[in-house]
Design a protein around this ligand. Structure first.
Ligand code: R5P
Length: 321
């Protein structure tokens, strides 16, 4: 009852960009309110066009736009334009919900004369008018510091753990496919009450990976590989091969937040015969990229709760910690 009163008192509108309308509609349905009217189109020369088709003067605005495979630049440009449109239309606050924040992996200068792309995108977003960013499982937590506005970096390890607990799997070990993901894998493992193993991964070149060592006991264990994203799928397929070579049980599960699924990822994952590949819907997975064993868990209820908490000035972290 209190929640309904808060929702009625506060004026806010949720707008969807064009990258993931299904997710935005699901969020709107959970909030029991329609999405804001917006025109999104592309001129014949490729430039994006955006117009909010209802007044947002004095209102809090939530913009849902994720980054997708091959269209990441288009998705971001559209998001910048949506923020600018809301800013120029006197929105009182602009909350940007970017479930998958593209460019997050380019967060430092590895080699001389490289850009720090993640920082540049963060700056552009803030310059466009974003007052607050909500995102899911940033590639590294410290990327939050790239934004000059508050960031809610949502975690989904509890959501995944709830899903796996129902399976009552025996002798489970959570596997991080690289040292960088170990902290994240540990959080998930702790909720499951399982130990972890860590793979040593090297990258001889962009989008190519090799597993050199397995640290931890995987023999006769049911392995759940846990990561923040699957891009080309190479890391995961190599990880599974390394685990089988080290005598893990043949039923290997794969669990990751962001289904980037670029290039031949879907085919590789389908051919690798994982027992299940469990992802969120932070990125839409088109029909032609789906395969047997793929399972998607929806983040829409979490996002709807986040919006309600923001509007109601309640804790957001308590929703997922
Ligand atoms: C790397 O640090 C990330 O956590 C992922 O493991 C990586 O981006 C996955 O890439 P791919 O699927 O192309 O191997």
């Amino acid at each position: 009852m209190l929640r309904i009163m808060i929702m009625e008192q506060k004026r806010f509108t949720v707008f969807s960009g064009s990258s993931h309308p299904e997710l935005a509609h699901e969020v709107a349905k959970a909030l029991k309110r329609p999405l804001g009217k917006i025109k999104l189109s592309t001129f014949s020369c490729g430039e994006k066009y955006v117009a909010l088709e209802e007044s947002v003067r004095g209102e809090e605005v939530f913009i849902i736009q994720t980054c997708t495979d091959q269209n990441v630049d288009r998705d971001l440009m559209e998001l910048f334009l949506m923020c600018d449109a809301a800013r120029l239309a006197f929105a009182s606050k602009i909350h940007v919900i970017v479930p998958y924040f593209g460019y997050a992996r380019q967060d430092k200068v590895h080699k001389p004369r490289e850009p720090i792309s993640a920082k540049l995108i963060a700056d552009l977003l803030v310059k466009s008018g974003a007052d607050h960013v909500v995102t899911l499982q940033l590639h590294t937590d410290q990327t939050q510091g790239f934004f000059d506005v508050p960031v809610d970096n949502l975690y989904v390890h509890k959501m995944f753990a709830q899903y796996f607990k129902k399976k009552n799997l025996k002798d489970v070990v959570v596997v991080s496919p690289d040292a960088g993901g170990a902290k994240n894998a540990k959080k998930f493992a702790d909720v499951l009450g399982a130990p972890i193993a860590i793979l040593h991964k090297t990258r001889p070149e962009h989008n190519v990976s090799a597993i050199t060592h397995v640290v931890g006991d995987v023999e006769n264990k049911t392995c759940i590989i846990y990561d923040d994203m699957i891009d080309t799928g190479g890391s995961m397929v190599n990880a599974k091969a390394a685990l089988i070579k080290h005598n893990a049980k043949k039923d290997v599960y794969l669990c990751a937040t962001h289904a980037v699924f670029s290039g031949e990822a879907s085919k590789k994952l389908g051919d690798a015969n994982f027992k299940e590949v469990v992802m969120t819907n932070s990125i839409p997975i088109p029909k032609n990229k789906q395969f047997k064993g793929l399972k998607q868990l929806s983040i829409a209820p979490l996002l709807a709760n986040v919006i309600e908490s923001v509007i109601g000035h309640k804790s957001v972290s308590s929703l997922f910690y």
